[in-house]
Write a new protein. Structure first.
Length: 280
């Protein structure tokens, strides 16, 4: 059971990636919700499937963001797997007569008993629970979205909370904790996707025009991202993902909905301000 957390993390990561890729392969459907009006002509603007932009990327900018989020997750899982194997090696050495007779010294690598004592909680279930919750909920909610957007949003919020908790607490290295850029990047990507879902929910449930819904959603996303980045200090993986998502959103909508693209640019300015504050 001491390794249960590490094993469940790897299984949850693979399930999340498989679910995300399977959903991305489904053909895109026309966006639903209220159409925005062009402030110049007064006519309706083309609909924008803002959730689909992130989950079914239509261009290189959005596709690379998803690919990097997946790569960051796989890197984190591979790193934890490597650490699990290292602890297994230490356990095997400890069972050996020579391993039992080793004592800690001032020089050379630490003996197996010292390694196990120092890292005994690194792969516990409690250690990886936030990330596992984020992964499991993240694998489920996209499939709920087409028929039940409110339920999808609630599950996505749980997923985001799990990823943020994992990124903010960092990874355990013995008695120390270290901020993780891969986890931060995944949390940033999840932030953008969750607020995109929030914007779509405002359109579907309240009938809000896209421009109004995006104004509310992106303003909240920028403020939330600013707060998280100030708590994460100089670890920039989170803000990098949020900035990438906003740039990709602006590039994807500039020819269809200039107002939405402008809002994304304004949100970028807020995140950059947060990065400057964190760096100083």
């Amino acid at each position: 059971m001491r390794r249960a957390g590490g094993h469940l993390l790897i299984v949850a990561t693979l399930a999340f990636v498989a679910s995300l890729l399977a959903y991305a392969m489904i053909p895109r459907s026309p966006p639903r919700g209220s159409a925005s009006l062009d402030p110049l002509s007064g006519g309706p603007l083309p609909g924008v499937d803002i959730v689909g932009l992130f989950l079914r990327p239509p261009n290189l900018a959005m596709g690379s963001l998803m690919a990097l989020a997946i790569a960051a997750l796989l890197y984190h899982a591979a790193y934890r797997l490597q650490e699990t194997q290292r602890l297994r090696t230490a356990e095997a050495a400890l069972r050996d007569r020579l391993g039992r007779r080793l004592r800690a010294g001032a020089l050379g690598p630490p003996p197996p008993r010292q390694i196990l004592e120092l890292h005994r909680r690194d792969d516990s279930l409690a250690e990886h629970a936030p990330a596992i919750i984020g992964l499991v909920a993240g694998a489920v909610w996209p499939w709920l979205f087409p028929k039940s957007p409110l339920a999808a949003f609630l599950v996505a919020a749980v997923s985001l909370a799990g990823f943020l908790a994992a990124a903010l607490r960092g990874t355990r290295q013995g008695k120390l904790r270290q901020q993780s850029n891969p986890l931060g990047f995944v949390a940033g990507w999840a932030t953008m996707v969750t607020f995109a879902l929030f914007i779509a929910l405002l359109q579907r449930k309240l009938g809000a025009p896209l421009t109004l819904a995006a104004t509310v959603g992106l303003a909240l996303a920028a403020l939330a991202a600013l707060s998280v980045q100030l708590r994460m200090g100089r670890t920039i993986g989170f803000s990098l993902a949020v900035l990438w998502g906003l740039v990709a959103l602006a590039a994807s909508t500039v020819t269809v909905n200039a107002a939405l693209a402008t809002l994304a640019v304004l949100a970028i300015a807020v995140i950059v301000f947060g990065l400057v504050q964190a760096a100083t």
